[in-house]
Design a protein around this ligand. Structure first.
Ligand code: GLC
Length: 567
């Protein structure tokens, strides 16, 4: 092996990714809204935490109707977040700390305030008309949408525009019209935008709803009925419709390969794409493309959203891991996602219990796959509870007519989040009235979450048993242990009466580590072959899990053990 062989392993496969929601991270201009200079002031914190790559939700020019997921200028920065000079400094400051930067690219749609759309809607003859998807309505009169296609958030995805008496298509909310990728000029422009940011040194992109880039060309065809109301990760059905013509259209699989070629124009370092795709594992795999040597030829990664609502249960994770291993063997690699800006925070699905969160983190940072940590996850930031009425989140506003009992029913276990404000509250830096996010005299854009007096960085840093220090230890261990960041994964079958135990072995070269996770409220004892060198990590500091040939795990304890070298 060459001296620096660990450095040569593909960086984006072994990295750890932290998502920053810029609006909520750190306000430096004292207006209650997070911004880029605020983020820069926290880069030392992220470096010290042990994060290797940072993904930013969009901070491009935008009317902020969907807080940046409605872009009106792909090569400029929203003034509330800073300037292009701030952005350049952000890139530099991240790189100077040996970290990487990932931007959120919303290719599917723009804001309806984007100059392209303003032009496009101005007349049927405008040269930008076919940059978007316009269509006549149904006869007679054309006042009915062209077909029954529903948007992702329910309701028709077609919207009538009086001025030109046609309908435009929007996969998400009406103010987010879809770009028309069947027009080569659109594709060229967006690929050039990608190149523009790669030239600036961006290391990768998170691709917003990339599975909706194309729709069927025959608008005469309706989507079929399906007996399913809520969306799920296993199929493309929702709102009693199977979205065959609008989600995971076969042309998307070709598109991601074209985009991959653009990424491949840039090397040293290699850049990567991670796609937001809610779909079955079979479909996710199609987005990765086919294996060519030690890489695939589509997206480098997709989010595996299957874990979001996985029960904290050994059997559930055993199944998930074995399905991931079956569908994503090298050179494919899964991802581990438990929280993001659209979902109930994981800890709130675990009754806000820190010991369960530590167990969950141990799995996330030691199983094979690229982990994504959502800001605040490392300190145990919990979801807030806000009514739909008065929400800032446009999805919540859309559903604010729903009767409260129905909202309670839908959201009772956290697997459906109607008001995304609840998981976007300010980062909690200290115990001051606005948690150090903004000064006390300024109103933050969303109220600070509950228990910020104790759940905050400053309080947790000196406490060796805090969740924050658990994350730090895990992140360091993972970074320094090739078996954990790049090794193979083998599930170890539990003894018949130890079903609450999940054990797996990670191996790289001669290094072998075992991860033991107790998913139960009870202490578990198990015999071991007794060939462990060291306890590399434990969620319970000071515990001695191994005695001669017995391993004893406390409730919800997780440990990482180094096995004796095999050669
Ligand atoms: C994605 C984003 C979400 C956004 C939507 C529309 O799902 O994660 O926040 O509202 O796309 O861009």
């Amino acid at each position: 092996m060459p001296e620096n062989w660990v450095d040569k392993l593909v960086w984006w496969k072994k990295t750890t990714i932290y998502q920053v929601y810029p609006r909520s991270y750190k306000d430096s201009s004292n207006n209650g809204i997070g911004d880029i200079p605020g983020i820069i002031s926290k880069l030392d914190y992220l470096q010290d935490l042990g994060i290797e790559t940072i993904w930013f939700s969009p901070f491009f020019a935008s009317p902020q109707a969907d807080h940046g997921y409605d872009i009106s200028g792909y090569r400029s920065i929203a003034p509330e977040y800073g300037t292009m000079a701030d952005c350049n400094r952000l890139i530099e400051e991240i790189h100077s700390r040996d970290m990487r930067i990932v931007l959120d690219m919303v290719l599917n749609h723009t804001s309806n305030q984007h100059p392209w759309f303003l032009e496009s809607r101005s007349s049927r003859e405008n040269q930008k008309r076919d940059w978007y998807i316009w269509c006549d309505g149904r006869k007679p009169g054309g006042k009915k949408p062209p077909n029954n296609w529903l948007s992702m958030v329910g309701g028709s995805g077609w919207h009538y525009d009086d001025l030109t008496e046609q309908w435009y298509w929007a996969q998400f909310l009406p103010f987010q019209p879809d770009l028309n990728y069947r027009n080569p000029k659109v594709k060229e422009e967006m690929f050039d935008t990608v190149r523009y940011w790669l030239d600036k040194g961006i290391d990768g992109f998170r691709l917003d709803i990339i599975n909706t880039i194309y729709e069927g060309t025959d608008v005469g065809k309706n989507n079929p009925f399906a007996l399913q109301f809520l969306p799920s990760e296993d199929n493309r059905r929702s709102f009693f419709q199977d979205h065959v013509h609008t989600i995971n259209h076969p042309d998307n699989f070709v598109f991601v390969k074209e985009l991959r070629k653009v990424m491949n124009e840039f090397s040293d370092p290699e850049r990567f794409l991670v796609g937001e795709v809610g779909a079955s594992l079979e479909t996710l795999r199609r987005y990765y493309g086919e294996a060519e040597g030690n890489a695939t030829n589509g997206l480098h990664l997709t989010f595996h959203l299957q874990s979001l609502n996985a029960r904290l249960d050994a059997q559930a994770f055993r199944n998930l891991i074995s399905r991931y291993e079956q569908h994503f063997p090298e050179p494919y690699i899964p991802t581990w996602v438990f929280s993001n800006h659209d979902q109930t925070r994981r800890i709130s699905k675990l009754s806000n219990d820190q010991s369960k969160a530590k167990l969950n983190a141990t799995l996330q940072l030691t199983a094979r796959g690229v982990p994504f940590i959502y800001y605040g996850e490392e300190i145990g930031l919990v979801n807030s509870k806000f009514p739909l009425k008065g929400a800032q989140d446009p999805v919540a506003v859309r559903f604010s007519w729903l009767p409260q009992f129905f909202v309670n029913l839908l959201t009772r276990n956290g697997s459906v989040l109607l008001n995304r404000d609840e998981c976007r509250t300010p980062m909690q830096w200290d115990s001051s009235s606005h948690a150090g996010f903004c000064p006390a005299e300024v109103e933050p854009w969303l109220p600070v979450g509950p228990q910020h007096e104790t759940i905050n960085v400053r309080a947790e840093e000196p406490n060796p048993d805090s969740l924050l220090n658990c994350y730090k230890a895990l992140l360091r261990l993972r970074r320094d242990t090739p078996a954990l960041h790049s090794g193979s994964m083998n599930l170890v079958e539990p003894s018949a009466n130890k079903k609450e135990l999940l054990v797996y072995e990670r191996k790289y070269d001669h290094q072998s580590v075992e991860v033991w996770l107790n998913f139960s409220r009870k202490q578990i004892e198990n015999r071991t072959p007794g060939n462990y060198d060291r306890v590399l990590f434990s969620t319970l500091r000071g515990s001695r899990p191994i005695h001669s040939s017995t391993i004893t795990l406390q409730p919800y304890q997780g440990v990482v053990l180094e096995k004796q070298k095999t050669a």
